[in-house]
Design a protein around this ligand. Structure first.
Ligand code: IVH
Length: 697
């Protein structure tokens, strides 16, 4: 009996510990133990539960995935309806919103507003009973939603049990399920490479994931959640601010709140501190919600969030303004299906209307055929767009996009322009559906479409398009780094039959280059010199340059670290490959099929014979001063990021992209932002550029 008691005690301890570390890692983004230590705790928990299945509880951290695929979601009525917000689109509408409030309450006093971004995901209600998550409902029609509990449980930042010793019988919290922009990009890239369906934007990807009946799908997708509202709750709160602060205390993920009231001045300071040094396509997670007195400050907030929206890690489509006081909210009540006390002010959609003049088909490095719409140029979010990817035949069929169609386009996930929909009313009468050709548009070889691949592919190894794209990859900066061989030159070398394979680059003679249009003595000399300089390379760059499918830069580095020489790499087998970090079934199969090809073997031999000298990681070391150190780089340095990264690696360090407890050094240049703060918080040593020079002398 005592034994059973002990086991139960340890089990509860483990559950609490794991919950605590999940909260630190996924909600606070401040882990305090290593992945290894965490895995130890988790496997101890699993072992006990395996031996004592009767002790498994719903709220155990082991129960996040494991449910069987459902036949359908259960329909459940919300205890209180999930309403929507009145949308407005301009700052004038915000002024009107305030005037309506003042009229209704017959007051002249300024209101205190709680302002937050309008998150562009899907609304979700989490139901906690006695502190334990028991269901998760979609909005549905507002009255009845679907219980997607199995999928929501897989979101690691959502606690299965609230952090309180006195849980309420019922606590319903509402918020938004999202996929972060960088995770979305990675998910889409992975899907694209594997030939799986493409998502149009992060919201669709999140919604599509939540609709899956098999929870395993959600478990593998990077969903996150932010709480911002409530359903039935027992405690009374006096303000929205207090409610959201309470949610954070319960361990729920919430938007971070500014520590100062929102004013023009405090926003300016916030920008200086967090965004002044930010680059395009970089995201920062900072405070984004807060209290504003009077509508003028709300307008300043609207303008501010619009300015920084591209730098936030998730998509937003406006702001939401709520009267902060719950007693005033009660007085204000509802109009139809929306609260009178809140308003959404949307941003102008970053969409535009235009006409498709043509659909061209591009052939990529892996032979994948990608249809691209060529459009009448149109300005969207300050950028002129004339091309949009249509991804593949399934996407074209789904949207039924045709040449001469009028379309709505947008920048998805902030980067790739996409066709959102066709304006069917304006479709010309004789229009025909677009079909990808059965033959490669470049070499006329038959195209292959495997059933589990969304892409049609040209499989002719001699296809000039594949050759051109492979060569562009081969010479690119992170590969062989032959910077004087630009895209145009490669195209003309291929068209003039001067280059038929990688090694031909090293057979080029200066007079052959001189004979090409517009190439003078000086420029042809530069090209030859840049080709010559590229021979001095690293093993990982050479492996990456070969363009083996699924072998990205990181995998190439891992392979180089393992094999040390090209010979050893070229004679490896699947079993050895599978023992390397990052290399799974798919990657190892792809590598094996490449290195078994006689053409590639000959090509690699030719490259080496022509003088390409890949140094192994060890030969490449200039010193060991940073041996095994994880170094994060931030701020503006006297050299480029890539250059700094190279130096770190040359002295044995590993360049990492974010600061955590495990980071050994932060190399901080001028105007370093949030990473510097984080390093100080974690006690990570911060060094300047000059300190680094001293260290590696
Ligand atoms: S509060 C009474 N806060 O906007 C409704 N909603 O039309 C209270 N949304 O379906 C909602 N971000 O999915 C609130 N910070 C935020 C929000 C937000 C996004 C969505 C929500 C809702 C829609 C309202």
């Amino acid at each position: 009996m005592a034994m059973a008691k002990d086991i139960n005690k340890r089990l509860n301890e483990l559950k609490d510990l794991i919950r605590e570390h999940d909260h630190k890692y996924y909600v606070l983004d401040q882990p305090t133990i290593s992945d290894y230590e965490y895995d130890q705790l988790f496997s101890e928990l699993q072992k006990i539960e395996h031996n004592h299945p009767e002790l498994i509880t719903e709220d155990s951290p082991s129960q996040r995935v494991g449910g069987k695929p459902l036949d359908a979601f259960e329909k459940v009525q919300h205890r209180t309806p999930m309403l929507s917000l009145q949308n407005s689109y301009s700052t004038e509408d915000l002024v009107e919103f305030e005037q309506r409030l003042k009229r209704f309450l017959d007051t002249d006093e300024d209101f205190e507003f709680f302002c937050e971004p309008k998150l562009d995901g899907l609304a979700m209600e989490l139901v906690y009973e006695k502190g334990v998550l028991t269901s998760a409902l979609t909005r549905g029609d507002g009255q009845t939603g679907e219980n997607v509990f199995q999928n929501i449980k897989t979101i690691k930042s959502i606690p299965l049990k609230l952090r309180t010793s006195q849980p309420d019988d019922v606590f319903e919290v509402r918020g938004e399920v999202l996929i972060r922009k960088d995770d979305f990009k990675e998910l889409n890239e992975k899907n694209e490479e594997a030939g799986l369906p493409y998502f149009a934007n992060p919201r669709n990807a999140a919604a599509g994931t939540i609709r899956q009946l098999n929870p395993q799908v959600a478990a593998n997708r990077p969903l996150v959640f932010f709480a911002y509202s409530h359903g039935v709750v027992q405690k009374t709160f006096s303000t929205q601010h207090e409610f959201e602060t309470h949610c954070a205390e319960l361990g729920l993920p919430t938007l971070k709140i500014f520590d100062k009231d929102i004013t023009e001045k405090s926003l300016k300071e916030h920008f200086q501190k967090h965004f002044s040094d930010i680059k395009d396509n970089e995201y920062r997670l900072t405070s984004v919600a807060g209290l504003a007195k009077g509508i003028d400050n709300v307008i300043a907030y609207y303008n501010y969030i619009q300015k920084i929206r591209h730098y936030l890690p998730y998509d937003i489509d406006g702001i939401v303004v709520k009267v902060n006081s719950f007693s005033l909210q009660d007085e204000l009540g509802f109009i139809a299906r929306s609260p009178r006390w809140a308003s959404a002010a949307k941003f102008e959609p970053e969409q535009g209307k235009t006409v498709i003049n043509d659909i061209v088909v591009q052939v990529g490095r892996t032979g994948a055929l990608t249809p691209v719409a060529v459009m009448e140029p149109v300005k969207v979010g300050g950028v002129t767009i004339s091309h949009a990817t249509l991804h593949n035949q399934d996407e074209i069929d789904r949207k039924d996009v045709r040449v001469h169609d009028h379309v709505i386009i947008q920048r998805a996930g902030d980067v790739i322009p996409e066709v959102v929909e066709v304006i069917l009313d304006k479709r010309p009468k004789n229009s025909q559906p677009f079909k990808l050709p059965d033959e490669c548009p470049i070499c006329s070889h038959k195209v292959v479409k495997e059933p589990d691949d969304a892409k049609s592919r040209c499989v002719n190894p001699l296809c000039p398009a594949i050759l051109k794209e492979s060569l562009k990859h081969f010479v690119s900066r992170r590969a062989m780094n032959i910077d004087k061989l630009g895209d145009k030159l490669i195209e003309s070398f291929v068209e003039n039959d001067l280059i038929k394979k990688f090694s031909d680059i090293y057979r080029l003679k200066q007079d052959q280059i001189l004979n090409l249009e517009r190439q003078g003595k000086k420029s042809s000399q530069n090209i030859i010199e840049s080709i010559e300089a590229s021979k001095d390379t690293t093993l990982s760059q050479l492996i990456f340059a070969l363009g083996i499918r699924f072998v990205g830069e990181q995998t190439a580095k891992n392979l180089a670290a393992h094999y040390k020489t090209m010979d050893r790499f070229m004679s490896t087998d699947k079993e050895e490959l599978l023992s390397i970090d990052d290399v799974g079934e798919k990657v190892s199969e792809s590598i094996v099929s490449h290195i078994q090809s006689d053409d590639l073997k000959q090509e690699v031999q030719d490259l080496l014979d022509l003088g390409v000298q890949p140094k192994s990681m060890e030969d490449n070391l200039k010193g060991d001063q940073l041996q095994n150190m994880k170094v994060c780089i931030t701020g503006t340095l006297p050299v480029s990021r890539d250059e700094a990264k190279k130096i770190v690696e040359e002295f044995g360090g590993k360049a990492v992209s974010s600061v955590s407890k495990k980071t050994d050094l932060l190399l901080a240049g001028e105007s370093a932002g949030s990473k510097l703060e984080k390093a100080e918080k974690f006690g990570v040593k911060v060094i300047s550029w000059d300190d680094l020079q001293q260290m590696i002398q």
